[in-house]
Design a binder for this molecule. Structure first.
Ligand code: UDP
Length: 486
Protein backbone atom coordinates (compact mmCIF):
# COMPACT_ATOMS: atom_id res chain seq x y z
CA UNK A 1 0.00 0.00 0.00
CA UNK A 2 1.22 3.49 -0.79
CA UNK A 3 2.54 5.43 2.14
CA UNK A 4 0.20 8.44 2.42
CA UNK A 5 3.23 10.61 3.18
CA UNK A 6 5.07 9.65 0.01
CA UNK A 7 3.17 12.20 -2.04
CA UNK A 8 3.87 14.87 0.49
CA UNK A 9 7.56 14.07 0.50
CA UNK A 10 7.67 14.36 -3.25
CA UNK A 11 6.10 17.80 -3.36
CA UNK A 12 8.04 21.02 -2.95
CA UNK A 13 8.86 21.51 0.74
CA UNK A 14 7.01 24.43 2.22
CA UNK A 15 8.49 26.63 4.96
CA UNK A 16 6.89 29.28 7.16
CA UNK A 17 9.25 32.20 7.77
CA UNK A 18 8.31 34.57 10.56
CA UNK A 19 10.28 37.81 10.45
CA UNK A 20 11.05 39.65 13.68
CA UNK A 21 9.38 43.08 13.41
CA UNK A 22 12.48 45.26 13.29
CA UNK A 23 14.17 46.64 10.17
CA UNK A 24 17.53 45.02 10.91
CA UNK A 25 15.82 41.62 11.12
CA UNK A 26 13.38 42.05 8.25
CA UNK A 27 16.12 42.88 5.73
CA UNK A 28 18.08 39.63 6.07
CA UNK A 29 14.84 37.64 6.50
CA UNK A 30 13.63 38.84 3.12
CA UNK A 31 16.95 37.78 1.58
CA UNK A 32 16.71 34.41 3.31
CA UNK A 33 13.21 33.90 1.93
CA UNK A 34 14.39 34.72 -1.59
CA UNK A 35 17.31 32.32 -1.19
CA UNK A 36 15.13 29.47 0.03
CA UNK A 37 12.60 30.03 -2.73
CA UNK A 38 15.34 30.07 -5.34
CA UNK A 39 16.56 26.71 -3.96
CA UNK A 40 13.17 25.09 -4.57
CA UNK A 41 11.17 25.84 -1.44
CA UNK A 42 7.73 27.28 -1.38
CA UNK A 43 7.34 29.77 1.42
CA UNK A 44 4.92 31.73 3.52
CA UNK A 45 6.51 34.92 4.81
CA UNK A 46 4.87 36.44 7.88
CA UNK A 47 5.18 40.05 8.97
CA UNK A 48 3.28 41.80 11.74
CA UNK A 49 0.38 44.01 10.70
CA UNK A 50 2.12 46.98 12.22
CA UNK A 51 5.29 46.47 10.17
CA UNK A 52 3.19 45.93 7.07
CA UNK A 53 1.37 49.19 7.74
CA UNK A 54 4.65 51.08 8.14
CA UNK A 55 6.17 49.64 5.01
CA UNK A 56 3.13 50.20 2.81
CA UNK A 57 2.78 53.76 4.08
CA UNK A 58 6.43 54.45 3.22
CA UNK A 59 6.36 52.68 -0.14
CA UNK A 60 2.97 53.66 -1.57
CA UNK A 61 3.80 52.68 -5.13
CA UNK A 62 4.10 49.02 -4.22
CA UNK A 63 1.12 46.79 -4.74
CA UNK A 64 0.61 45.18 -1.33
CA UNK A 65 -0.68 42.01 -3.03
CA UNK A 66 2.74 41.50 -4.49
CA UNK A 67 4.55 42.76 -1.50
CA UNK A 68 8.31 42.14 -1.32
CA UNK A 69 8.36 39.14 -3.57
CA UNK A 70 5.73 39.62 -6.25
CA UNK A 71 6.01 40.47 -9.93
CA UNK A 72 6.46 44.16 -9.12
CA UNK A 73 9.88 43.27 -7.82
CA UNK A 74 10.73 41.26 -10.89
CA UNK A 75 10.75 37.90 -9.16
CA UNK A 76 8.51 34.94 -9.69
CA UNK A 77 9.31 33.09 -6.54
CA UNK A 78 6.88 30.80 -4.80
CA UNK A 79 6.40 33.02 -1.75
CA UNK A 80 3.11 33.89 -0.15
CA UNK A 81 2.93 36.89 2.08
CA UNK A 82 0.73 37.31 5.11
CA UNK A 83 0.45 39.40 8.25
CA UNK A 84 -0.52 38.75 11.86
CA UNK A 85 -1.23 41.07 14.75
CA UNK A 86 1.30 41.43 17.56
CA UNK A 87 -1.60 42.26 19.87
CA UNK A 88 -1.10 46.05 19.92
CA UNK A 89 -2.94 48.64 17.83
CA UNK A 90 -1.30 49.17 14.44
CA UNK A 91 -0.32 52.78 15.09
CA UNK A 92 0.90 52.26 18.67
CA UNK A 93 4.43 53.66 19.09
CA UNK A 94 6.39 50.54 19.89
CA UNK A 95 9.75 52.24 19.94
CA UNK A 96 8.59 54.74 22.57
CA UNK A 97 6.94 52.01 24.65
CA UNK A 98 9.71 49.49 24.45
CA UNK A 99 8.80 47.42 27.53
CA UNK A 100 5.13 47.24 26.65
CA UNK A 101 5.97 46.10 23.15
CA UNK A 102 8.38 43.41 24.39
CA UNK A 103 5.61 42.22 26.71
CA UNK A 104 3.26 41.88 23.74
CA UNK A 105 5.94 40.06 21.73
CA UNK A 106 6.38 37.60 24.55
CA UNK A 107 2.78 37.07 25.64
CA UNK A 108 0.27 38.05 22.91
CA UNK A 109 2.07 37.71 19.61
CA UNK A 110 2.84 33.97 19.98
CA UNK A 111 -0.89 33.17 20.15
CA UNK A 112 -1.50 35.05 16.89
CA UNK A 113 1.40 33.30 15.20
CA UNK A 114 0.14 29.94 16.37
CA UNK A 115 -3.28 30.54 14.82
CA UNK A 116 -1.62 31.50 11.54
CA UNK A 117 0.68 28.44 11.56
CA UNK A 118 -2.26 26.15 12.25
CA UNK A 119 -4.13 27.53 9.22
CA UNK A 120 -1.10 27.32 6.96
CA UNK A 121 -0.30 23.76 7.98
CA UNK A 122 -3.87 22.72 7.25
CA UNK A 123 -3.84 24.17 3.78
CA UNK A 124 -0.20 23.31 2.97
CA UNK A 125 0.48 19.71 4.06
CA UNK A 126 4.02 19.89 2.67
CA UNK A 127 4.95 22.38 5.39
CA UNK A 128 8.12 21.08 7.01
CA UNK A 129 9.43 23.87 9.20
CA UNK A 130 8.94 27.15 10.96
CA UNK A 131 11.85 29.49 10.40
CA UNK A 132 11.75 32.13 13.09
CA UNK A 133 14.15 34.82 14.14
CA UNK A 134 16.26 33.69 17.08
CA UNK A 135 14.81 36.64 18.99
CA UNK A 136 11.49 34.75 19.18
CA UNK A 137 10.47 33.19 22.46
CA UNK A 138 7.70 30.96 21.11
CA UNK A 139 9.12 29.18 18.07
CA UNK A 140 10.13 25.77 19.45
CA UNK A 141 6.76 25.34 21.17
CA UNK A 142 4.75 26.24 18.08
CA UNK A 143 6.93 24.13 15.77
CA UNK A 144 6.70 21.12 18.09
CA UNK A 145 2.96 21.48 18.40
CA UNK A 146 2.52 20.98 14.67
CA UNK A 147 5.32 18.43 14.23
CA UNK A 148 7.46 20.91 12.30
CA UNK A 149 11.13 21.58 12.50
CA UNK A 150 12.19 24.79 14.16
CA UNK A 151 14.83 26.55 12.11
CA UNK A 152 16.19 29.46 14.08
CA UNK A 153 17.55 32.45 12.17
CA UNK A 154 20.45 34.20 13.88
CA UNK A 155 20.88 37.70 12.43
CA UNK A 156 23.94 38.67 14.48
CA UNK A 157 27.60 37.66 14.72
CA UNK A 158 28.57 34.11 15.72
CA UNK A 159 30.66 35.69 18.49
CA UNK A 160 27.49 37.17 19.98
CA UNK A 161 25.75 33.79 19.91
CA UNK A 162 28.82 32.23 21.50
CA UNK A 163 28.80 34.79 24.33
CA UNK A 164 25.04 34.44 24.92
CA UNK A 165 25.55 30.69 25.07
CA UNK A 166 28.00 31.16 27.94
CA UNK A 167 25.77 33.29 30.14
CA UNK A 168 26.07 30.83 33.04
CA UNK A 169 29.86 30.90 32.87
CA UNK A 170 29.85 34.70 32.89
CA UNK A 171 27.52 34.71 35.86
CA UNK A 172 29.59 32.14 37.79
CA UNK A 173 32.68 34.27 37.24
CA UNK A 174 30.90 37.42 38.35
CA UNK A 175 31.31 39.30 35.08
CA UNK A 176 27.62 39.98 34.67
CA UNK A 177 25.10 41.29 37.17
CA UNK A 178 25.05 40.99 40.09
CA UNK A 179 28.82 40.62 39.61
CA UNK A 180 31.14 43.57 39.73
CA UNK A 181 34.25 42.21 38.05
CA UNK A 182 35.58 44.52 35.38
CA UNK A 183 38.76 42.65 34.47
CA UNK A 184 39.34 40.79 31.20
CA UNK A 185 37.20 37.79 30.37
CA UNK A 186 39.50 35.02 29.18
CA UNK A 187 37.55 31.82 29.76
CA UNK A 188 34.93 31.80 27.01
CA UNK A 189 35.82 29.05 24.53
CA UNK A 190 36.91 30.47 21.19
CA UNK A 191 37.40 33.99 22.54
CA UNK A 192 40.94 34.95 23.51
CA UNK A 193 40.02 37.98 25.51
CA UNK A 194 37.05 40.22 26.03
CA UNK A 195 36.51 43.42 28.00
CA UNK A 196 33.25 43.77 29.91
CA UNK A 197 32.54 46.78 27.66
CA UNK A 198 32.64 44.39 24.68
CA UNK A 199 29.70 42.44 26.04
CA UNK A 200 26.21 42.93 24.61
CA UNK A 201 24.43 45.77 26.40
CA UNK A 202 22.01 43.34 28.07
CA UNK A 203 25.00 41.83 29.89
CA UNK A 204 26.31 45.25 30.90
CA UNK A 205 23.07 46.34 32.58
CA UNK A 206 22.89 46.43 36.37
CA UNK A 207 19.32 45.19 36.38
CA UNK A 208 18.93 42.09 34.27
CA UNK A 209 15.36 41.33 35.26
CA UNK A 210 13.42 43.67 32.95
CA UNK A 211 10.91 42.30 30.44
CA UNK A 212 13.46 43.00 27.70
CA UNK A 213 16.06 40.84 29.45
CA UNK A 214 13.50 38.10 30.09
CA UNK A 215 12.58 38.14 26.42
CA UNK A 216 16.20 37.98 25.24
CA UNK A 217 17.20 35.16 27.58
CA UNK A 218 14.06 33.17 26.83
CA UNK A 219 14.66 33.58 23.12
CA UNK A 220 18.27 32.39 23.34
CA UNK A 221 17.15 29.36 25.34
CA UNK A 222 14.54 28.64 22.70
CA UNK A 223 16.96 29.11 19.81
CA UNK A 224 19.31 26.59 21.41
CA UNK A 225 16.51 24.04 21.27
CA UNK A 226 16.02 24.55 17.55
CA UNK A 227 16.75 21.80 15.05
CA UNK A 228 18.91 24.06 12.89
CA UNK A 229 20.34 27.57 13.28
CA UNK A 230 21.08 29.61 10.20
CA UNK A 231 23.47 32.48 10.83
CA UNK A 232 23.90 35.65 8.80
CA UNK A 233 27.67 35.45 9.12
CA UNK A 234 30.62 33.83 7.37
CA UNK A 235 32.68 31.08 8.92
CA UNK A 236 36.00 32.45 7.62
CA UNK A 237 35.13 35.81 9.19
CA UNK A 238 34.56 34.28 12.60
CA UNK A 239 36.31 30.90 12.50
CA UNK A 240 36.74 30.38 16.26
CA UNK A 241 33.28 31.44 17.37
CA UNK A 242 31.74 29.41 14.55
CA UNK A 243 33.55 26.25 15.61
CA UNK A 244 32.61 26.66 19.28
CA UNK A 245 28.96 27.24 18.43
CA UNK A 246 28.93 24.33 15.98
CA UNK A 247 30.29 22.01 18.67
CA UNK A 248 27.10 22.68 20.64
CA UNK A 249 24.32 23.25 18.11
CA UNK A 250 23.71 22.67 14.38
CA UNK A 251 24.82 26.11 13.23
CA UNK A 252 25.08 26.96 9.52
CA UNK A 253 26.77 30.29 8.66
CA UNK A 254 25.15 31.33 5.36
CA UNK A 255 25.91 35.04 5.13
CA UNK A 256 26.24 37.68 4.13
CA UNK A 257 22.61 37.89 3.10
CA UNK A 258 22.48 40.90 0.82
CA UNK A 259 20.19 41.99 -1.96
CA UNK A 260 21.76 40.80 -5.19
CA UNK A 261 21.56 41.57 -8.88
CA UNK A 262 19.40 44.39 -10.04
CA UNK A 263 17.62 44.71 -6.73
CA UNK A 264 20.52 46.35 -4.79
CA UNK A 265 18.30 47.16 -1.88
CA UNK A 266 15.44 48.64 -3.83
CA UNK A 267 12.90 46.04 -2.66
CA UNK A 268 10.16 47.78 -0.74
CA UNK A 269 10.90 46.79 2.81
CA UNK A 270 11.87 50.06 4.46
CA UNK A 271 9.87 51.32 7.40
CA UNK A 272 10.55 54.89 6.32
CA UNK A 273 10.45 56.54 2.91
CA UNK A 274 13.91 56.62 1.35
CA UNK A 275 15.48 59.87 0.24
CA UNK A 276 17.81 59.49 -2.73
CA UNK A 277 21.33 60.83 -2.10
CA UNK A 278 22.92 59.71 -5.36
CA UNK A 279 22.77 63.00 -7.23
CA UNK A 280 24.25 64.87 -4.30
CA UNK A 281 26.98 62.23 -3.91
CA UNK A 282 27.81 62.48 -7.62
CA UNK A 283 28.99 66.05 -7.02
CA UNK A 284 31.50 65.08 -4.31
CA UNK A 285 35.10 63.89 -4.73
CA UNK A 286 35.93 60.21 -4.21
CA UNK A 287 36.23 59.14 -0.59
CA UNK A 288 35.36 62.60 0.73
CA UNK A 289 31.96 61.91 2.32
CA UNK A 290 31.23 60.62 5.80
CA UNK A 291 28.00 58.61 6.03
CA UNK A 292 26.37 58.78 9.47
CA UNK A 293 23.60 56.44 10.55
CA UNK A 294 22.58 54.77 13.79
CA UNK A 295 20.28 52.21 12.20
CA UNK A 296 16.59 51.65 12.61
CA UNK A 297 16.05 51.28 16.30
CA UNK A 298 18.66 52.86 18.57
CA UNK A 299 18.04 56.21 20.24
CA UNK A 300 20.48 58.90 21.26
CA UNK A 301 20.04 61.75 23.70
CA UNK A 302 19.75 65.38 22.63
CA UNK A 303 23.16 66.02 24.24
CA UNK A 304 24.80 63.23 22.23
CA UNK A 305 23.16 64.52 19.05
CA UNK A 306 24.47 68.03 19.70
CA UNK A 307 27.98 66.79 20.41
CA UNK A 308 28.01 64.68 17.23
CA UNK A 309 26.66 67.62 15.20
CA UNK A 310 29.38 69.88 16.60
CA UNK A 311 32.03 67.22 15.96
CA UNK A 312 30.90 66.85 12.34
CA UNK A 313 30.88 70.64 11.93
CA UNK A 314 34.37 70.93 13.42
CA UNK A 315 35.77 68.20 11.16
CA UNK A 316 34.88 70.16 8.02
CA UNK A 317 34.14 66.99 6.02
CA UNK A 318 31.25 66.35 3.62
CA UNK A 319 28.53 64.21 5.15
CA UNK A 320 25.16 62.47 4.84
CA UNK A 321 23.43 62.05 8.18
CA UNK A 322 20.38 59.84 8.66
CA UNK A 323 18.27 61.22 11.50
CA UNK A 324 15.12 59.12 11.90
CA UNK A 325 12.10 61.01 13.24
CA UNK A 326 12.11 58.84 16.38
CA UNK A 327 15.88 58.69 16.88
CA UNK A 328 16.39 61.42 19.44
CA UNK A 329 14.95 61.06 22.93
CA UNK A 330 13.62 64.61 23.10
CA UNK A 331 10.36 66.49 22.72
CA UNK A 332 12.10 69.14 20.65
CA UNK A 333 10.80 68.94 17.04
CA UNK A 334 14.29 69.83 15.76
CA UNK A 335 16.84 68.78 18.37
CA UNK A 336 19.87 69.74 16.24
CA UNK A 337 21.80 72.80 17.45
CA UNK A 338 20.29 76.05 16.16
CA UNK A 339 22.07 77.15 12.97
CA UNK A 340 23.64 73.71 12.39
CA UNK A 341 21.61 73.09 9.24
CA UNK A 342 22.53 76.52 7.83
CA UNK A 343 26.19 76.29 8.76
CA UNK A 344 26.76 72.96 7.04
CA UNK A 345 24.35 73.18 4.13
CA UNK A 346 27.07 73.47 1.50
CA UNK A 347 28.73 70.24 2.55
CA UNK A 348 26.16 68.05 4.21
CA UNK A 349 22.67 66.65 3.85
CA UNK A 350 20.38 65.35 6.55
CA UNK A 351 17.79 62.74 5.63
CA UNK A 352 15.25 60.75 7.63
CA UNK A 353 16.07 57.51 5.79
CA UNK A 354 17.92 56.52 2.63
CA UNK A 355 19.01 53.53 0.60
CA UNK A 356 22.06 52.70 2.73
CA UNK A 357 23.43 50.17 0.28
CA UNK A 358 23.27 52.71 -2.54
CA UNK A 359 25.09 55.24 -0.34
CA UNK A 360 27.79 52.84 0.82
CA UNK A 361 28.43 51.66 -2.71
CA UNK A 362 28.98 55.20 -3.99
CA UNK A 363 32.67 56.03 -4.59
CA UNK A 364 32.28 59.43 -2.89
CA UNK A 365 31.74 57.75 0.49
CA UNK A 366 34.96 57.37 2.48
CA UNK A 367 33.81 56.48 5.99
CA UNK A 368 30.82 55.36 8.03
CA UNK A 369 30.05 56.73 11.50
CA UNK A 370 27.87 53.86 12.68
CA UNK A 371 26.12 52.35 15.68
CA UNK A 372 27.64 49.01 14.55
CA UNK A 373 24.42 47.18 13.77
CA UNK A 374 25.35 43.82 12.28
CA UNK A 375 23.79 44.53 8.87
CA UNK A 376 25.50 47.90 8.69
CA UNK A 377 28.81 46.28 9.65
CA UNK A 378 28.57 43.66 6.90
CA UNK A 379 27.32 46.19 4.35
CA UNK A 380 30.14 48.60 5.12
CA UNK A 381 32.79 45.91 4.80
CA UNK A 382 31.20 44.65 1.59
CA UNK A 383 31.55 48.13 0.11
CA UNK A 384 35.01 48.57 1.64
CA UNK A 385 34.05 51.61 3.71
CA UNK A 386 36.01 51.87 7.00
CA UNK A 387 34.01 52.46 10.15
CA UNK A 388 33.89 54.83 13.09
CA UNK A 389 32.15 52.94 15.88
CA UNK A 390 29.58 54.47 18.18
CA UNK A 391 27.70 51.47 19.62
CA UNK A 392 24.49 52.21 21.49
CA UNK A 393 22.65 49.00 22.27
CA UNK A 394 22.53 45.21 22.21
CA UNK A 395 25.19 43.38 20.12
CA UNK A 396 26.63 46.66 18.80
CA UNK A 397 29.35 46.74 21.50
CA UNK A 398 30.50 43.25 20.56
CA UNK A 399 30.46 44.14 16.86
CA UNK A 400 32.64 47.15 17.71
CA UNK A 401 35.18 44.77 19.23
CA UNK A 402 35.20 42.72 16.02
CA UNK A 403 35.58 45.84 13.84
CA UNK A 404 38.20 47.65 15.91
CA UNK A 405 40.19 44.96 17.76
CA UNK A 406 39.89 41.85 15.62
CA UNK A 407 39.52 42.96 12.01
CA UNK A 408 41.10 46.40 12.52
CA UNK A 409 38.94 48.13 9.94
CA UNK A 410 37.74 51.04 12.03
CA UNK A 411 38.15 53.34 15.01
CA UNK A 412 36.36 53.33 18.33
CA UNK A 413 34.49 56.51 19.18
CA UNK A 414 33.62 55.90 22.76
CA UNK A 415 36.74 55.27 24.77
CA UNK A 416 35.66 58.24 26.90
CA UNK A 417 32.02 58.83 27.75
CA UNK A 418 30.30 61.13 27.20
CA UNK A 419 31.90 61.53 23.81
CA UNK A 420 33.29 65.00 23.04
CA UNK A 421 33.14 66.98 19.80
CA UNK A 422 36.96 67.26 19.66
CA UNK A 423 37.37 63.48 19.66
CA UNK A 424 34.58 63.08 17.11
CA UNK A 425 36.13 65.64 14.80
CA UNK A 426 39.63 64.18 15.22
CA UNK A 427 38.52 60.63 14.42
CA UNK A 428 36.33 61.67 11.50
CA UNK A 429 39.32 63.41 9.97
CA UNK A 430 41.53 60.37 10.59
CA UNK A 431 38.95 58.07 9.05
CA UNK A 432 38.36 60.11 5.93
CA UNK A 433 42.10 60.63 5.34
CA UNK A 434 42.82 57.02 6.22
CA UNK A 435 40.28 55.79 3.71
CA UNK A 436 42.42 57.10 0.88
CA UNK A 437 45.52 55.64 2.52
CA UNK A 438 46.39 52.00 2.84
CA UNK A 439 45.88 51.08 6.51
CA UNK A 440 42.20 50.24 6.57
CA UNK A 441 41.81 49.81 2.82
CA UNK A 442 44.05 46.75 2.57
CA UNK A 443 42.49 44.98 5.53
CA UNK A 444 38.94 45.77 4.59
CA UNK A 445 39.58 44.59 1.05
CA UNK A 446 40.89 41.27 2.41
CA UNK A 447 37.80 40.77 4.54
CA UNK A 448 35.49 41.78 1.72
CA UNK A 449 37.13 39.04 -0.38
CA UNK A 450 36.33 36.51 2.36
CA UNK A 451 32.69 37.54 2.21
CA UNK A 452 32.67 37.49 -1.56
CA UNK A 453 34.18 34.06 -1.86
CA UNK A 454 31.82 32.65 0.80
CA UNK A 455 28.85 33.21 -1.48
CA UNK A 456 30.37 31.83 -4.69
CA UNK A 457 29.02 28.45 -5.78
CA UNK A 458 31.74 26.52 -3.94
CA UNK A 459 32.11 29.05 -1.09
CA UNK A 460 31.48 28.13 2.54
CA UNK A 461 28.16 29.93 2.93
CA UNK A 462 26.74 28.43 -0.22
CA UNK A 463 27.90 24.96 0.84
CA UNK A 464 26.52 25.44 4.34
CA UNK A 465 23.21 26.50 2.85
CA UNK A 466 23.09 23.38 0.67
CA UNK A 467 23.98 21.19 3.67
CA UNK A 468 21.16 22.78 5.62
CA UNK A 469 18.68 22.12 2.80
CA UNK A 470 19.85 18.51 2.53
CA UNK A 471 19.75 17.96 6.28
CA UNK A 472 16.29 19.47 6.43
CA UNK A 473 15.07 17.27 3.59
CA UNK A 474 16.33 14.15 5.33
CA UNK A 475 14.72 15.36 8.52
CA UNK A 476 11.50 16.23 6.74
CA UNK A 477 10.83 12.57 6.07
CA UNK A 478 10.95 11.88 9.77
CA UNK A 479 8.70 14.70 10.81
CA UNK A 480 5.99 14.35 8.20
CA UNK A 481 3.85 12.12 10.40
CA UNK A 482 2.39 15.06 12.30
CA UNK A 483 -1.31 15.32 12.89
CA UNK A 484 -3.05 18.40 11.59
CA UNK A 485 -5.52 18.18 14.43
CA UNK A 486 -2.91 18.58 17.16
N1 UDP B 1 19.22 51.22 6.53
C1 UDP B 1 18.70 51.78 5.39
N2 UDP B 1 18.61 53.12 5.35
C2 UDP B 1 19.01 53.96 6.34
C3 UDP B 1 19.55 53.36 7.50
C4 UDP B 1 19.65 52.00 7.57
O1 UDP B 1 18.33 51.10 4.45
O2 UDP B 1 18.86 55.16 6.20
C5 UDP B 1 19.28 49.73 6.60
C6 UDP B 1 20.69 49.24 6.59
O3 UDP B 1 21.13 49.08 5.24
C7 UDP B 1 20.59 47.94 7.36
C8 UDP B 1 19.43 48.16 8.29
O4 UDP B 1 18.74 49.30 7.83
O5 UDP B 1 20.31 46.86 6.48
C9 UDP B 1 19.85 48.41 9.73
O6 UDP B 1 20.29 47.22 10.27
P1 UDP B 1 21.46 47.17 11.34
O7 UDP B 1 21.63 45.74 11.73
O8 UDP B 1 22.66 47.83 10.83
O9 UDP B 1 20.95 48.04 12.55
P2 UDP B 1 19.59 47.99 13.41
O10 UDP B 1 18.61 48.81 12.69
O11 UDP B 1 19.17 46.55 13.53
O12 UDP B 1 19.99 48.59 14.72
Amino acid sequence: MENPNTKIMNTKPHAILVAYPLQGHINPSVQLAIKLASKGFSLTFINTQSIHHHITSSNPVNDPNHFFFGPTNGSNLDIEYMTVSDGLPIDYDRSLNHEHWFGAMMHTYPAHVEVAVREIVKSRPSTCCVIADATSTWASKVANKFGLYYVSFWTEAALVLNIYSHVDLLRENGHIAPGTRKDEIDYIPGVTSLKTTDLMSYFQDEDMTSIVHQCIFEAIKDARQSDFILGNTVQELEPHATLVVQAQIPFYPIGPLFPHGLDKGSTAMSLWAKQDCTQWLDTKPHGSVLYVSFGSYAHISKEELEEIANGIKLSGVNFIWVIRPDMVSSDDPDPLPIEFRNEVQDRGIIVTWTNQIAVLSHPAVGGFLTHCGWNSTLESIWHEVPLLCFPLLSDQFTNRKLIVDDWKVGYNLCEETPVKKEEISHKIKLLICESSGTKFKERINKIKKLLESAITSDGSSEKNFDSFVNDLKIGTKKKLCFSLDS
